[in-house]
Design a protein around this ligand. Structure first.
Ligand SMILES: NC(=O)C1=CN([C@@H]2O[C@H](COP(=O)(O)OP(=O)(O)OC[C@H]3O[C@@H](n4cnc5c(N)ncnc54)[C@H](OP(=O)(O)O)[C@@H]3O)[C@@H](O)[C@H]2O)C=CC1
Ligand SMILES: O=C(O)CCC(=O)C(=O)O
Length: 411
């Protein structure tokens, strides 16, 4: 089942639990606007290269649409659509005043030079600048993009609309970015994990973790979990996977990576087959890379007791069912990885206020938002007798449905 079918299926199940009117259900599912643009750039060698860029604006009943921009070869319209829809429910679960959107360009960022990436980002921004804005649709980083990408979007957008720091979040600090945004998704993953483990009488310290993905989300999650006394015993990225049963030395691994070393060359670990990563023995499994990585092929072999969905839609519905039967508890993406968009909201607020918060305040507010959402999800699980995924979906969908009904449809 592709990402869009899986996400829509979860939405429909939540709509049924909530008893939503079928016409409202249909209207909530259909995206507000889907944008597809051709982006041609001259490469450094003078030849032309063409790419397709997407921005799907899913819903704006609760506020400006919000979501990241992904650069990856597998970006396609259905996936962007699914990710945009997830953003709508995620911002509602987090109780921040946004709707949902997502964008992407089908490209392999690792195969483009920095100047080619800059040209591609600027062309994409030229094509969509009229349709984004601080009060309409606010992009942010996702897989394959970072604060530099946001700086180029800000600069290009500002040529048309004047200096507009609040048009993107996840910017460099020197351009109005927020302290704590870089680490926010990983830190939010830690707060979410802490809250879930506490429910089961456990803690991060003393638990073992396996992490897939060592980019923004995976590396920050690993660092913060390590700081909290958690043992990260295996992790992997697209180049390979490593393990150490006594716990990987994450600060040393970060240093090795920052000096250009590949994971497999890290001195204090054993190289392992990446196909074993997701089914490795551990207490907590944290996928932090692509969608659909847990499926009917590997779900029966998963040994983790808890899965924290730091990636978006890492678990397909068949795996969801298999894992539920095995008694694995899954903390769903629309809550588990919401730390990023929550601190994006703080960044946007700071840009609009023209006032900068210190990092302690950012982290304290993030903790508060994550804990509040967890309590609200649990309350939905109780009142609808459902698992955490449906608890989060019913919470998010209900908030968007209420806002939509209050706004009405009269022309
Ligand atoms: N950035 C954010 O704030 C947020 C991100 N997310 C989600 O988190 C996930 C990761 O995003 P982010 O960390 O920003 O992305 P990055 O591009 O920073 O990192 C992605 C990581 O995944 C690895 N990877 C890619 N393909 C594979 C694969 N096939 N097997 C194993 N590892 C792989 C990459 O390896 P390599 O570096 O070697 O290419 C890299 O380590 C995505 O699903 C994203 O949507 C969710 C909420 C917010
Ligand atoms: O920070 C943001 O606005 C969006 C982050 C994002 O794309 C996501 O949560 O999937």
């Amino acid at each position: 089942m592709n990402a869009l079918a899986a996400t829509s299926r979860n939405f429909r199940q939540a709509a049924r639990l909530l008893g939503l009117d079928s016409k409202l259900e249909k209207s909530l599912l259909i995206p507000f606007r889907e944008i597809k643009v051709e982006c041609t750039i001259p490469k450094d060698d003078g030849t032309l290269a063409s790419f397709i860029g997407f921005r799907v604006q899913h819903d704006n009943a609760r506020g400006p649409m919000k979501g990241g921009i992904r650069y990856h070869p597998e970006v396609d319209p259905d996936e962007v659509n699914a990710l945009a829809q997830l953003m709508t429910w995620k911002t509602a679960v987090a109780a921040i005043p946004y709707g949902g959107a997502k964008g992407g360009i089908g490209c392999a960022p690792g195969e483009l030079s920095t100047s080619e990436l800059e040209r591609l980002t600027r062309v994409f921004t030229q094509k969509i600048h009229d349709l984004i804005g601080a009060h309409t649709d606010v992009p942010a980083p996702d897989m394959g993009t970072n604060s530099q990408t946001m700086a180029w979007i800000l600069d290009e957008y500002s040529k048309f609309h004047g200096h507009s720091p609040a048009v993107v979040t996840g910017k460099p600090i020197d351009l109005g970015g927020s302290l704590g945004r870089d680490a926010a998704t990983g830190r939010g993953v830690m707060y979410a994990t802490e809250a879930l483990l506490a429910e089961h009488g456990k803690s991060i310290s003393g638990s073992t973790f396996v992490i897939q993905g060592f980019g923004n989300v995976g590396s920050w999650a690993a660092r913060i979990i390590h700081e909290k006394g958690g043992k990260v015993i295996a992790l992997g990225d697209v180049t390979g996977s490593i393990r150490n049963k006594n716990g990987l030395d994450i600060p040393a691994l970060m240093k090795h990576r920052n000096e250009g070393g590949a994971l497999k060359d890290f001195h204090d670990a054993e190289v392992m087959d990446s196909s074993e990563l997701l089914v490795h023995e551990c207490d907590v499994l944290i996928p932090c890379a692509l969608g659909g990585v847990l499926n009917r092929e590997n779900a029966p072999d998963v040994k983790a007791k808890f899965i924290i969905e730091a990636a978006n839609h890492p678990t397909d519905p068949e795996a969801d069912e298999i894992l539920a039967k095995k008694g694995v508890t899954i903390l769903p993406d629309i809550y588990a990885n919401s730390g990023g968009v929550i601190v994006s909201y703080f960044e946007w607020v700071q840009n609009i206020q023209g006032f900068m918060w210190d990092e302690e305040k950012v982290n304290m507010e993030l903790h508060k938002y994550m804990n509040n959402s967890f309590q609200h999800i649990k309350a939905m699980c109780k009142s609808h007798d459902c698992n955490l995924r449906m608890g989060a979906f019913t919470l998010g969908v209900n908030r968007v449905a209420r806002a939509t009904l209050l706004r009405g449809w009269e022309a």
